[in-house]
Design a protein. Structure first.
Length: 284
């Protein structure tokens, strides 16, 4: 779980140290329930714009934004524990293995061996999978944004098709499309949303949160939208690198499919529930 905060793919690889095949699978399937480093900037940006800056200013704004992101992280940890328990009682039922921690004799660290293993067995392994996905994914995104039928791009057609379902989640079609096209890397979801709203043919990365906030608000974002986006950012399918790593570590596609569906279904249900409660309170 701790490695997953940095990179979910690295967290999946790190599960190799678990002896029990059943418990290793549970750790792999639930690793994506904590936000990786690619999701934190998006969470912080949305929390700052729609919650921190709305309720306070200065230090108080930063404190509130940090508290909200912390609550999202805690929700991810609780979901990890809940889904782990659910899996251990259903499809991955079994006898829990005992845990024994033995202190080995002290040996002088071999820094060269540690660095080589870390670079080649972990870093390059994950980066290699990421690069093999990034190039074709970039081409697909460019085609969606630049091929037009009539006066509308393919991206807009897809967004319009997804819009009714996205509305049930308190989102819009462009947001949901951005999450889908952001499968290669979570870092590009916000640039995809901005590109869609501004009808540009390339990804847009704005550094000014105030400018980002203006664009989002002009396109209908509310506090409910921001809350649901943060929830779905936490609870949605792993990136493609993580899915490929799961397939490699488990030896089959079925566990990758389950790892895709578990957080996504949880995110959809939670967003719909939040939207329903919000609309009910507004009616009252």
């Amino acid at each position: 779980m701790c490695m997953g905060f940095g990179c979910n793919a690295a967290g999946v690889v790190g599960a190799r140290i678990i002896d029990s095949p059943r418990e290793k699978l549970i750790a792999i399937l639930t690793n994506n329930f904590v936000p990786c480093n690619g999701r934190f900037p998006f969470l912080i940006t949305i929390s700052t714009i729609f919650i921190g800056n709305t309720l306070a200013s200065g230090f108080a704004s930063s404190f509130i934004s940090t508290l909200v992101v912390l609550l999202v992280v805690l929700l991810g940890i609780l979901m990890t524990l809940f889904i782990s328990k659910l899996l251990s009682k259903t499809i991955l039922k079994g006898v829990p293995s005992s845990f024994m921690l033995e202190l080995p004799p002290y040996r002088k660290p071999q820094f060269g061996k540690i660095l080589v293993r870390s670079i080649f067995d972990r870093t390059l392994f994950v980066l290699g999978r990421a690069v093999s996905i990034a190039a074709p994914a970039g081409l697909v995104i460019w085609l969606f944004a630049n091929i037009t039928i009539g006066d509308l791009s393919l991206l807009t057609y897809v967004a319009n098709f997804l819009d009714p379902f996205a509305n049930l989640m308190g989102l819009d079609g462009y947001i949901l499309t951005a999450f889908i096209l952001g499968l290669p890397a979570n870092e590009i979801v916000l640039p995809l949303i901005l590109m869609s709203y501004m009808q540009k043919g390339v990804l847009i990365n704005l550094e000014d949160p105030n400018l980002v906030g203006q664009i989002l608000i002009q396109n209908g974002w509310t506090l409910l939208t921001a809350i649901n986006v943060m929830l779905f950012t936490l609870l949605h399918f792993p990136c493609s690198t993580t899915l490929m790593t799961i397939k490699k570590e488990t030896g089959g596609f079925k566990w990758s499919v389950l790892a895709f569906l578990l957080p996504t279904v949880c995110g959809i249900v939670l967003c719909m529930l939040t939207t329903g409660i919000w609309n009910l309170v507004m009616l009252i």
